[in-house]
Design a protein around this ligand. Structure first.
Ligand code: MF3
Ligand code: CO
Length: 256
């Protein structure tokens, strides 16, 4: 069942969403050569606590890993797709692309967003990967309209990514979000006719999060049990927003 939020609940989700946006906006500026992904983690945790919120990821049990995730951020660099773990040993250098993904719980409601940031000067290919991934999210957001169906959202990502010669990660998907970080429905970045294709209704909120590889779609998980990397070593990009269905079209909760 897909839970529909009342306008008052959406206002709470908006507050959580704007906090996540503020954090990512601050971290973006810190993605400089010589900084570590641990610097990002420390800054994010301070901002979350200062806002009176709770980190959504830290301590969150992920069945696929069989463990609780230990940090407030996922920082996934270059060929890392998702669930890269912040570390004082991971020093950023020019040419890196860093996906920063975080979530918060504020007043009982969740916000979740990710962005991919270029460090210094990145290759033309990396810049194009980031642009196409970001565009695929924007095209999906446009489809978050009452009366449309879930596949309109999934298909918008898929068409744009494949049309530009990149590949789509299939093992990780977007999700509904509300009083839990992950609610129904799953929001894959591709259309699979075996899945359900519910009609979108006002009050539904989707976390849409394309994960796009420059090379092949295949991934493997490192021995740390978390870090998912591309099998072929190609770069991967990730953007995510929480989007509410309203009578007046899509409402992106995780940006101003
Ligand atoms: N953004 C991802 C998601 O929405 C990451 C959360 S999983 C965690 O599913 F392990 F980091 F908590
Ligand atoms: Co998410």
């Amino acid at each position: 069942m897909i839970i529909r939020k009342t306008p008052a609940e959406l206002e709470k989700m908006r507050k959580a969403g704007l906090l996540v946006w503020r954090i990512l906006d601050e971290l973006r500026k810190k993605c400089q050569e010589g900084a570590t992904t641990w610097d990002l983690e420390v800054a994010a945790e301070a901002m979350i606590r200062d806002a009176g919120a709770k980190p959504a990821f830290k301590g969150y049990f992920v069945p696929a890993a069989g463990e609780r995730y230990p940090f407030v951020l996922c920082t996934s660099v270059n060929d890392e797709i998702v669930h890269g773990m912040p570390s004082p040993k991971r020093v950023l250098k020019s040419g890196d692309i860093v996906s920063i993904d975080t979530g918060v719980e504020l007043d009982g409601y969740f916000g979740d967003s990710a962005t991919t940031v270029a460090v210094g000067q990145v290759s033309e290919a990396a810049a194009r990967l980031m642009a196409v991934t970001r565009e695929s999210l924007e095209l999906a957001i446009e489809q978050v309209r009452a009366g449309n169906r879930l596949f309109d959202v999934c298909g918008a990502v898929e068409r744009h990514v494949l049309g530009n010669g990149f590949s789509i990660v299939r093992e990780f998907v977007g999700h509904g979000i509300g009083t839990k970080l992950h609610e129904e429905p799953q929001v894959p970045n591709y259309v699979d006719r075996k899945n359900e294709n519910p009609r979108l209704r006002p009050g539904m909120v989707l976390a849409i999060e394309p994960m796009v590889n420059a090379g092949g779609a295949e991934l493997r998980v490192l021995s740390d049990k978390w870090t998912a990397v591309t099998k072929d070593g190609s770069y991967s990009a990730h953007f995510e927003h929480c989007v509410a269905v309203t009578e007046n079209g899509p409402w992106v909760l995780t940006r101003p």
